[in-house]
Design a protein around this ligand. Structure first.
Ligand code: AQP
Length: 339
């Protein structure tokens, strides 16, 4: 029996990329294999619709994330793999958290500021309330740990604040845990291949900014060849990467793919030019990423199978969520069901 529980999710918004893999999915696999946590891995489709999604694309992309999880090594028998809309408790608890979290907290969220940009009056209410749904995702299962990339740290802090306020408001000091983020590995923030100061992202229009999990060996080689660098050779020590965002990014990616460290990579490539380093990086990336893309393609040929896996996972997740949500309803003061 596990006494610690992990929850994490990926949005089905298309273009799954190396950042999602190294910053999230590869860590999910490590946590599953550690066998100290009960793991729930979710395709967060409710989050995806905070920005309009074409309905048939959303279904395809939901299956694509499930396929990426499985192709990367998540075992749906050992972990609970499901789609968020398959468990009604996420939306139910999110509403309660909309009434617990404070407007001022959400106003401070930098991701909302970045995503809403100058067009703030026109974005959905859901995009603003997104962190409350994320808090609900986690606390619906009383998850103790959440593996995420660096970009989600602020949302995790809001989850802790919400848990604390609920516990205080309803006089139940230990009801919700104060969930810990697990921001691990050498690539918690993979940057764009075109601009080392911006994170690699699904929504960036340039295909050359990211490596997609579905990219072929030729596409990977082409993108890495064209990846921005600087004219200096690679340094032998970490300090020599200061002010060289693109070089730092490629070194971190190499270390993460190889499961070594930036120090080890520089010990090997220090003093060499980028063309030698890039060709070794292509070989490593192709060996690691292309088999995942191939397996994803095979899995996507049988959408019914993927749907069954997600619905079975949803039933298991729902069984954990129901008693927790029932207790929340009771504490808030909603009527108990009639026997
Ligand atoms: N560049 C990244 N480096 C490391 N981790 C990353 N993650 C995302 N980008 C990077 C991690 O991937 C997980 C799932 O992310 P998501 O699908 O929920 O959405 P996101 O973070 O909004 O992904 P994008 O690519 O950045 O999408 P857009 O372009 O829509 O904003 C999370 O754990 C995240 O940390």
């Amino acid at each position: 029996m596990f006494n610690q529980r992990v929850f994490s999710g990926v949005q089905p918004t298309g273009n799954l990329h190396l950042g999602n893999y190294l910053g999230a999915i590869a860590n999910f696999v490590r946590l599953q294999n550690r066998q100290t946590f009960e793991c729930l891995f979710c395709v967060v489709d409710l989050h995806a619709i905070t920005v309009f999604q074409d309905p048939s694309e959303l279904r395809r992309q939901t299956r694509e994330v499930a396929a990426a999880f499985i192709a990367s090594g998540i075992d749906p028998d050992r972990s609970i793999l499901f789609h968020q809309s398959g468990v009604p408790g996420h939306a139910q608890l999110a509403w309660i958290f909309n009434c617990v979290a404070r407007l001022g907290w959400l106003n401070r969220m930098t991701q909302f500021k970045e995503k809403s940009g100058k067009d703030r009056e026109n974005v959905s209410v859901g995009l603003f309330a997104y962190p409350n749904l994320m808090a609900a995702d986690i606390l619906l299962y009383k998850a103790t740990h959440v593996p995420v990339g660096e970009d989600q740290k602020q949302h995790l802090e809001l989850t802790r604040d919400t848990a604390q306020k609920f516990n205080n408001d309803f006089n139940c000091p230990d009801f919700f845990p104060l969930t810990e983020p697990l921001i691990e590995g050498p690539a918690t923030r993979v940057m764009s291949l075109r601009d080392g100061t911006k994170k690699m992202s699904k929504s960036e229009p340039s295909e050359f900014s990211r490596i997609n999990l579905s990219d072929s060996a030729d596409e990977i080689a082409d993108k890495i060849r064209k990846a921005r660098t600087d004219p200096e050779p690679l340094p032998s020590e970490i300090a020599g990467l200061a002010g060289r965002a693109e070089a730092q990014n490629l070194v971190s990616i190499f270390a993460a793919l190889e499961e070594s460290t930036a120090e080890a990579v520089l010990a090997r490539f220090g003093g060499q030019n980028f063309s030698t380093f890039k060709s070794a990086l292509v070989d490593l990336m192709v060996a690691r990423i292309v088999p995942i893309g191939t397996r994803m393609g095979q899995l996507l040929n049988d959408p019914g199978h993927l749907d069954r896996i997600m619905w079975q996972g949803a039933a298991r997740a729902d069984a954990i969520a129901r008693p927790i949500l029932a207790e929340v309803y009771d504490r808030v003061g909603f009527l108990a069901p009639i026997a």
